[in-house]
Design a protein around this ligand. Structure first.
Ligand SMILES: [Zn+2]
Ligand SMILES: [Zn+2]
Length: 335
């Protein structure tokens, strides 16, 4: 009997032990899951913060890993970004090929870079021009006054875009000025090259060596490839379009193409940086994007004042007839 009792007790203990083990295992599994989730969350948080740092404040990381990151940026592999682009055509890049990194700056905020491209040595300058985004193009388009003309001034050559039959040779009046006002042109050139102060100092010292104007030339933009150009890396060149909308252009870097680059010629010039335009909200509802801007508008809170279409119509018209007309109104795209 006692034996039996003992075995019963043992069985009971064994069963208990089994039950406890099971609950422990379950508990451990749960904990492992929680831990895994925490690790994942931490990793994403770290990724976000790294991205934020690299976007906003590169100076904050002085360590060598910043340099590594800079290097990877410099290598300019935008293959990841480009995969999302929908390029239907596929033209294989012919080797050897050179990749140039070209920056274009804002026409008013001249220090602010608006776009950065990867362009191939065998591409023409017009291929780049067609990818440059400037608000002036849109404004002129809306006003029905779009002008297809334009030029790049690289070193001493004006590259004119004369593809369109209505295009104007913008460099013409500049050459006229150089011919007809040679003295003015020389003075201007002197002050650009040496700076006005230095020029005065040299005049006092009697050490004035007459400088020569560069021998400016003109070439068709669509007939020139980047590999035909003579240029200096990092020098500021000029892009001019729509009359006198001028942008600084810089060829920042240059290297041979490698297998990790996008090997589809049709995908180039690739935009690797695009400044996000600042867009005003409607100053009335403060929700919608502004589409109109009024100036000297007596019922508006501000001058100039931004409106969405709906708020503009509410304030300025009743049953589609205007309420008052003592203001100027313009279409608004972005700042
Ligand atoms: Zn422009
Ligand atoms: Zn509104």
């Amino acid at each position: 009997m006692e034996k039996k009792k003992g075995s019963k007790k043992q069985k009971k203990r064994k069963a208990n032990k089994h039950l406890v083990e099971n609950t422990y295992f379950k508990r451990v599994e749960q904990l492992a899951k929680i831990k895994q989730k925490q690790d994942d969350d931490k990793a994403t948080a770290r990724l976000h913060s790294l991205n934020a740092v690299s976007k906003n404040n590169d100076c904050a990381i002085p360590s060598s890993d910043k340099i590594e990151r800079m290097k990877s940026l410099r290598s300019m592999n935008s293959s990841g970004k480009v995969k999302t682009l929908e390029v239907e055509e596929h033209i294989p890049v012919s080797y050897p090929e050179v990749v140039l990194c070209v920056e274009v700056y804002h026409n008013k905020r001249r220090w602010s870079k608006i776009q950065e491209f990867l362009v191939l040595g065998h591409q023409t300058l017009t291929e780049l021009k067609d990818k440059i985004y400037c608000l002036t193009d849109q404004v002129m388009q809306k006003a029905g006054k779009h002008d297809p003309s334009g030029y790049f001034l690289i070193e001493d050559i004006f590259f004119n875009d004369l593809r369109d039959p209505s295009a104007i040779d913008y460099s013409g009046p500049i050459f006229d000025w150089l011919r007809n006002s040679r003295d003015d042109a020389l003075k201007k050139w002197e002050s650009i090259i040496t700076g006005e102060l230095q020029q005065k100092q040299r005049a006092i010292l009697g050490n004035v060596t007459p400088s020569k104007l560069p021998n400016f030339k003109t070439v068709d933009m669509h007939k020139t490839r980047f590999c035909d150009l003579r240029f200096q890396l990092g020098a500021g060149y000029l892009y001019c379009h729509q009359g006198d909308c001028k942008h600084t252009m810089v060829i920042r870097d240059m290297r041979l193409i490698h297998p990790e680059d996008v090997n589809n010629r049709a995908a180039y010039p690739i935009i690797i940086f695009q400044l996000k335009p600042r867009v005003q909200k409607c100053h009335v509802c403060k929700i919608s994007r502004a589409t109109k801007v009024t100036v000297d508008d007596k019922w508006a809170r501000e001058n100039p004042c931004y409106f969405c279409d709906y708020c503009f119509s509410l304030l300025h018209s009743s049953d589609e007839s205007p309420l008052y007309a003592q203001f100027s109104v313009y279409d608004y795209v972005h700042d």
